[in-house]
Write a protein that binds this ligand. Structure first.
Ligand code: GDP
Ligand code: MG
Length: 337
C-alpha cells in the first residue's frame, strides 16, 4: 500500500494550525503501531525530535493494545491521561490511528470534532481517495451543533451495524471490588497492562443474546487504584455510555458515598445508563447495609439494583447483562426488549 505521505504531512500542518496552542504533538500510526508521521508544536528541531521520540514511547503501549484489541473492530475515539499529557486516540479508517497529544490541563471536548474530522481525512488518504488537507477551525458553541449531531448519528449507525462498542465505566470508593468485578466478568483478563503509565486499564467483552439474535460489546475502562483524582476522572468518564456504581455491603460509608459518585458521573455524562451494585455479599456476617436499603437508594436514583460477589461470581454476569440489555433498548430497534 502506498500512502501519500506529503498529503499526510500537509494535513498535520493544518491540524496544528487549527488547534493552535492546545497542541503539543500529533502522531499518525498504522495499525501495527508504526509511526507514519508526527509533528510537534516546538520549532526547535532537537526539542522537536526528543519530544516526538519520547511521546512515541508513551503512545506505543496504548497503540499496541488498541491495535491488538480492535484489529477486527472499531474503537472510535478514546482519551487517556498521563501525568503530563492528555491523549486522544482516534480511529482513522481500518489502517491507521491518529493520536493527538495535548497539555495535561487542556479541555478535550472542544478539540474532539477537529480530531474526528482529521481522522476521517487520514482514513481517506490511506484509502488513496481524493481529499483536501485543509482543516477548518471548528468552533463548537452549542451542544447541538451540526458536527456533534453528525458524530452522534454515526455512533448510532455503528451500533446498529453491530460494530460499535459501548464505553463502560465504574464508580465507587476504593476497595469496593470494582476491578475484581471486571476481572471476574472478562475472564481472560490482561495480567500485564499499562496502568502504571496511564492510570487506566481497558478491557473488551461481548455479551451475546442468542434469543435476540444480537450481541453488545463493551469497552470497559477501569481506573487504577491511586489515580482517582478529579482531572483524570473527568476524561475517564467522558463519552461513557454505561456505568456501574459499586459499594461494599460490609462498609456503610461506601454506600453513603454513592450519591456523590452518581452526581459526579451524571455531571460529565448526562445520558449515561447506570446500575447500582452492592458487592461482597459472600461476607454475609459482616454486612452493614441490607438489601432493602440498596434497593431504596437505587429507586431514589431511578436505576436498577443488584447484589453481587466478585469472589464467588454470583450475579456478576447478570449485572453486565442488564446494562447490555439497556443498550439494546436504547440504541437498537428491537420490539421484544
Ligand atoms: P476496587 O478498588 O474497587 O477496584 O477494589 P478491588 O477489586 O481491588 O478489591 C478490593 C479488595 O476487595 C480486594 O482484596 C478483593 O480481593 C476484595 N474483594 C473484591 N470483591 C470481593 C467480594 O465480592 N467478596 C470478597 N470477600 N472480597 C472481595
Ligand atoms: Mg480497582
Amino acid at each position: 500500500m502506498t500512502v501519500d505521505r506529503e498529503k499526510l504531512h500537509a494535513l498535520l500542518m493544518w491540524y496544528k494550525e487549527a488547534l493552535g496552542d492546545n497542541l503539543i504533538a500529533a502522531i499518525i500510526a498504522d495499525r501495527e503501531g508504526l509511526i507514519m508521521d508526527a509533528i510537534s508544536s516546538s520549532v526547535d528541531k532537537t526539542v522537536k525530535e526528543d519530544l516526538v521520540g519520547g511521546l512515541s514511547a508513551l503512545v506505543e503501549p496504548v497503540l499496541e493494545r488498541i491495535t491488538k484489541e480492535f484489529s477486527s473492530g472499531s474503537f472510535g475515539t478514546g482519551t487517556f491521561d498521563t501525568d503530563e499529557y492528555r491523549l486522544i486516540f482516534s480511529e482513522a479508517g481500518e489502517h491507521a490511528v491518529f493520536v493527538t497529544v495535548l497539555d495535561g490541563l487542556s479541555m478535550v471536548d472542544p478539540i474532539l470534532p477537529t480530531a474526528y474530522l482529521t481522522a476521517e481525512k487520514i482514513a481517506r488518504i490511506f484509502d488513496g481517495r481524493t481529499v483536501s488537507p485543509v482543516i477548518p477551525k471548528i468552533i463548537i458553541e452549542k451542544q447541538d451543533s451540526k458536527i456533534v449531531r453528525e458524530i452522534n448519528k454515526l455512533k448510532k449507525i455503528k451500533s446498529k451495524g453491530d460494530e460499535y462498542a459501548f464505553k463502560l465505566i465504574l464508580g465507587g470508593d476504593g476497595a469496593v471490588g470494582k476491578t475484581s468485578m471486571v476481572h471476574r466478568f472478562v475472564e481472560d483478563t490482561f495480567q500485564s497492562d499499562y496502568k502504571g503509565t496511564i492510570g487506566v486499564s481497558i478491557m473488551k467483552k461481548q455479551c451475546n443474546f442468542e434469543g435476540l439474535g444480537t450481541s453488545v460489546r463493551f469497552v470497559i475502562w477501569d481506573l487504577a487504584g491511586q489515580t482517582q483524582f478529579k482531572r483524570v476522572r473527568k476524561s475517564y468518564l467522558a463519552n461513557a455510555e454505561v456505568g456501574i456504581l459499586v459499594y461494599d455491603v460490609t462498609r456503610r460509608e461506601t454506600y453513603d458515598n454513592i450519591t456523590d459518585w452518581y452526581e459526579e458521573i451524571k455531571k460529565v455524562c448526562s445520558k449515561i445508563s447506570l446500575i447500582l451494585v452492592g458487592n461482597k455479599i459472600d461476607l454475609e456476617d459482616q454486612r452493614e447495609v441490607n438489601m432493602e436499603e440498596g434497593q431504596r437508594l437505587a429507586d431514589n436514583l431511578n436505576i436498577s439494583y443488584i447484589e453481587t460477589s466478585a469472589k464467588t461470581g454470583e450475579n456478576i454476569n447478570d449485572s453486565f447483562e442488564i446494562l447490555a440489555l439497556k443498550m439494546i433498548k436504547t440504541y437498537f430497534t428491537l420490539d421484544n426488549v
